[in-house]
Ligand binder design. Structure first.
Ligand SMILES: [Zn+2]
Length: 336
């Protein structure tokens, strides 16, 4: 074993055998923001063989305080995140085969990339894509590591198809708030703590030490000094459409995808998401961002130069733009 990985290979549970395993493996990271860049850097430094990164965004100034691979130059050049990340990762370890996709991942364009993937790492910022990934990894039988962070709170859980509950089962047992980094902010240590929990599990999976996996959901609040792990074994449901006995992989159907459509002549984009929203809960959170009007059917918010109308059935109208890309960003910032 060469000197580059000597300290890692000296660590007994990895050893030269594990180091070689890491070199043979292919990891896919979905999302290349704070969680994505930090996960990618760790894997590349650890000597992963192949890395695939998918991200739809470009680098913005407000990313720089926590998205550790990016520089001011990347932001000034408005580089796509996946491209900027690849540039830096290649300088860190030129022996890693890195493939990037600048695209809005969905069930149809991610599936063809999963054929020889050994592990998927969740570094996304919304549940639409997480639920799609949850279905995909179960269909393809690939372990994946869920991670999320907002403010000073974070969460991670390792999902092994056919062994652990899936994300759907998990979130039915442990509801998470709809807060997003764009509404309540986030601090860098939260990101690093989530990544540490994801990366240690990634190493265990890559060296095939499945016995060592945490098996518990970890959740913490760094500012308020709280740290919990929760046994999720009993939350696995035999009726679950993703990991249960009769699987339909509901999020892979065309109808379940979030859809954007420009409403002609109205300078408005409509977002159709197949999920109900809790208007009261949303109103409390969004009231900090702008003027709100609410009735039994909808909530409307004056936000920056837009007016955003959110219906109880999950449909959202974004007035003030006819760009689906812009609308999508606003949608995920506000609704999560
Ligand atoms: Zn399930």
């Amino acid at each position: 074993m060469n000197d580059r990985y000597s300290r890692q290979a000296l660590f007994k549970p990895i050893g030269n055998y594990g180091q070689e395993k890491i070199r043979e493996k292919h990891v896919l990271i979905i999302g290349c923001g704070a969680l994505g860049t930090a996960n990618a850097e760790s894997l590349v430094r650890a000597g992963i063989g192949r890395l695939t990164i998918i991200d739809r965004d470009y680098v913005e100034e407000s990313n720089l305080h926590r998205q550790q691979l990016f520089t001011e130059r990347d932001y000034l050049d408005q580089l796509p995140k996946a491209v900027a990340a690849k540039n830096h990762l290649h300088r860190i370890n030129s022996s890693v085969d890195i493939v990037t996709y600048v695209m809005d991942g969905d069930s149809t364009n991610i599936a063809p990339l999963l054929d020889d993937v050994d592990l998927v790492i969740d570094a996304t910022d919304n549940f639409d894509i997480r639920f799609i990934m949850n279905d995909l990894v179960h269909q393809y039988n690939i372990p994946w590591i869920f991670g999320s962070c907002v403010g000073s709170t974070g969460m991670s859980y390792t999902i092994i198809p056919d062994k652990t509950p899936c994300l759907q089962c998990l979130l039915e047992a442990t509801p998470v708030s709809g807060a997003t980094c764009d509404s309540v902010g986030v601090i860098a240590p939260t990101v690093q703590m989530v990544v540490a929990h994801q990366q240690v599990e990634a190493l265990k999976i890559l060296v095939e030490d499945f016995e060592a996996l945490r098996t518990r959901l970890v959740t913490f609040d760094l500012w308020n000094n709280l740290y919990h792990t929760i046994d999720m074994k009993r939350s696995k449901k035999s009726t679950c459409p993703t990991c249960g006995e009769n699987r339909s992989y509901p999020k892979l159907t065309y109808e379940s995808q979030t859809k954007m459509e420009v409403l002609c002549g109205r300078n408005t984009v409509q977002v159709r998401a197949k999920r109900e929203v809790h208007l009261d809960e949303l109103a409390v959170r969004l009231s900090e961002l702008g003027k709100i009007h609410q009735n039994d059917f909808l909530l409307s918010l004056e936000y920056q130069e837009y007016r955003v109308v959110i219906f109880r059935d999950g449909r959202v109208l974004i007035h003030g733009t006819d760009s689906t890309e812009e609308a999508r960003n606003i949608y995920y910032q506000l609704v999560g």
